[in-house]
Write a protein that binds this ligand. Structure first.
Ligand code: FE2
Length: 270
């Protein structure tokens, strides 16, 4: 079965690229399931009902999340009404929403999606993502053979460690958050697909999706400046995972990079 995982969708350029390209990708890649990390879909930070609805309408089936989950306050209420929108599973008990969802495919097969957040340089007060992963897998229904894990984390080492920790126990571990794709996709020895970071879906003429000039002001002049989403052509960065429905393991993992089609006159947006 073919699963496309789309890396961190940043603002309007990211949403636009998905609306423009995902319907074609669904057919071309014979996708059975599409999961996207959506923590930056609304103005580059957070999630609103309106922006999430836009991505669901474009063909995203399930959305994962991260450290910007609550930047738009309406997400606290919205997430309680939308089970296909996850938040990291290692938040304390009682946090709105959940980090676990089971998607049922047209074929009847089930895929568990588990969203976790890293502790290192990220969110040290959340529960250990490794313990949270083991706990979630222990509670997994027996008919859920395939499991995708999105570990939203800052450091490469924590994500790699999670790959090894879950090798053979889940279908794939994909990393998100840094907005820069890594070239280390592979199948680990026990059959789990792995990549340290899937990369960003948004405008690459930017500093990780944010306006370059404003970002430079912060770095060069050390002056406060509000981040703003960079305007320009959007690119989808994702990974295509071919999963074995019986064993739940990964047959292949392939990086996917597709840019939105733009009219000739608009191909160079400032
Ligand atoms: Fe993040």
């Amino acid at each position: 079965m073919n699963l496309l995982f789309i890396g961190d969708v940043v603002g309007q350029p990211g949403r636009r690229a998905i609306s423009d390209q995902l319907p074609t990708l669904r057919n071309r890649l014979k996708l059975d399931l599409v999961v996207a990390n959506a923590e930056n879909i609304a103005d580059g930070a957070g999630i609103t009902r309106k922006t999430a609805t836009e991505l669901f309408a474009a063909g995203v089936d399930v959305m994962t999340n991260g450290n910007h989950a609550w930047d738009k306050k309406e997400a606290l209420e919205y997430i309680t009404t939308e089970p296909r929108l996850l938040r990291p599973h290692n938040y304390p008990d009682g946090t709105p929403g959940t980090g676990w969802f089971v998607a049922t495919l047209a074929s009847g097969h089930k895929v568990g999606i588990l969203n976790l957040m890293g502790n290192v340089f990220m969110h040290p007060h959340l529960a250990c993502p490794f313990t949270a992963a083991s706990r979630a897998l222990a509670e997994k229904p027996a008919d859920v053979k395939m499991v995708l894990v999105d570990l939203h984390a800052e450091v490469t080492s924590e994500k790699m460690a999670m790959g090894w920790y879950l090798d053979g126990r889940v279908s794939a571990v994909v990393g998100t958050h840094t907005h820069v794709p890594t070239a280390d996709e592979r199948i680990l020895p026990q059959g789990t697909g792995y990549i340290t970071d899937v990369g960003m879906t948004g405008c690459y003429d930017s500093v990780i999706g944010m306006d370059t000039e404003k970002s430079l002001k912060r770095f060069v002049q050390k002056l406060p400046e509000r981040f703003e989403v960079a305007e320009g052509v959007g690119t989808i960065c994702g990974v295509l995972l071919d999963l074995n429905e019986s064993s739940g393991l990964c047959r292949s993992i392939t990086r996917v990079r597709v840019t939105e089609s733009v009219p000739e006159t608009a191909s160079k947006v400032a």
